[in-house]
Design a protein around this ligand. Structure first.
Ligand SMILES: Nc1nc2c(ncn2[C@@H]2O[C@H](COP(=O)(O)OP(=O)(O)O)[C@@H](O)[C@H]2O)c(=O)[nH]1
Ligand SMILES: [Mg+2]
Length: 366
């Protein structure tokens, strides 16, 4: 399927496309695990629900938390489910693809349950069970375990004794491939999101190709409660966009702030396209409509995964996650200060080592 990679960092493994390890086999193994655990009566539930009154953070935090919780469900041999209803039901926008992860409270009948908060540094409470191989059964006593977490720990799970036996694919594949394949295994667009994406394509796309950038600036009028990030020098973006043939490329800037979109539209009025609706942070109630903001970020995210040219920065996980999941293996740039560094899905965390997908941040981004 894809070429062979050399191992150059902890997160870089993997003999892609090697003869005896294929993604087909991985997915078969995951299916087998899912079917196997379906027969069991105990559950691990990724919990991001209004009822808890807690912050789940943004999209990439939630996806990283879902992946980590899924890995824990395999290690504990429990059935995996997702309970996600804030700021709206995930299933209105994203549906199960190959595995039915939908939570229903009926599972609580005749079962005991407990909620566990492992966001950010709170994951340390279960670090020895996750990474050192201590027996989770001595810690999780109840039938249904609800977990809220938000960081990725693939590199740490790889150090767990016997992990190659318990979850072979985690030792064999690159982090970005694990995200790409698991994301597509779990999720597909709902009819609402699919229609919105098709409407965007029909009404906005004019040219054969699309070049995209993700810009995360943090606190701004769309998300006043957010933490400020380093400002990216827009000149570097214009310099790259300027080199592209404007007859060949539509241009798209996904961002947490309207300002940069306005500048981009002024500079490339004929080529710049956009998704409808107001930008909001899905975890920070603002003045905008929550459902509209949620759909907009789903659209922005899925468009980023399909761009011929994609520019991301290290300012947050949203663009990095889009880079992991995208199908295209060319045209990725890692934007660092004035530099646009050509990179790939496999080098993103080398270039941006800090964050929820790499070395964990000390300042706790939302
Ligand atoms: N619509 C839209 N929202 C965005 C964009 N970038 C960030 N956001 C919002 O900000 C939230 C934070 O993103 P998150 O994935 O947690 O990334 P991080 O906090 O930057 O690591 C997202 O869930 C969105 O609500 C974007 O390009 N478009
Ligand atoms: Mg976040």
């Amino acid at each position: 399927m894809e070429g062979i990679l050399n191992e150059t960092s902890e997160n870089r493994v993997i003999s892609k496309g090697s003869e005896n390890i294929t993604w087909e086999r991985i997915l078969r193994e995951i299916f087998a695990t899912a079917n196997h655990s379906r027969q069991r009566t105990k559950y691990i539930v990724y919990e991001c629900s209004k009822a808890r009154g807690m912050h789940c953070s943004g999209w990439s935090d939630r996806i990283a938390g879902i992946m980590t919780t899924y890995i824990i469900s395999i290690l504990t041999k429990r059935h995996f489910l997702i309970h996600f209803d804030t700021p709206c039901f995930l299933t209105d926008y994203i549906m199960p693809a190959h595995f039915d992860w939908r939570y229903n409270s009926s599972i609580l009948q005749h079962r005991t349950s407990s909620f566990h908060y492992y966001k950010n540094l709170n994951h340390k409470k279960i670090a020895k069970y996750m990474f050192q191989g201590d027996d989770f059964d001595t810690y999780f006593k109840h039938d249904v375990i609800f977990i809220l977490m938000n960081w990725d720990f693939i590199a740490d799970f790889r150090k767990r004794p016997n992990i190659g036996h318990d979850i072979p694919w985690i030792t064999q594949y690159h982090q970005s491939d694990i995200y790409k394949h698991l994301y597509n295994f779990f999720f597909k667009l709902s009819p609402v999101s699919d229609r919105a994406l098709n409407h965007f394509i029909r009404t906005q796309r004019k040219r054969k190709k699309i070049a995209c950038a993700h810009i995360r600036h943090g606190r701004n009028s769309n998300m006043p409660n957010d933490i400020k990030r380093g400002q990216l020098p827009l000149q570097a973006l214009w310099k790259l966009f300027d080199t592209l043939d404007k007859n060949e490329y539509d241009l798209f800037v996904a961002s947490d702030t309207n300002n940069v979109k306005i500048f981009a539209k002024e500079r490339y009025p004929e080529n710049m396209i956009d998704t409808p609706g107001e930008i909001t942070h899905i975890d920070q109630s603002g003045m905008n409509d929550e459902r509209e903001g949620f759909l907009k970020q789903i659209l922005d995210f899925h468009i980023l995964t399909r761009c011929d040219v994609l520019i991301i920065s290290g300012n947050g996980g949203f663009g990095m996650l889009a880079a992991f999941i995208r199908n295209i293996d060319y045209g990725l740039y890692c934007w660092k200060g004035e530099s646009m560094i050509p990179c790939s899905r496999y080098t993103v965390t080398d270039i941006f080592p800090s964050g929820k997908f790499g070395k964990k941040p000390m300042n706790l981004w939302q």
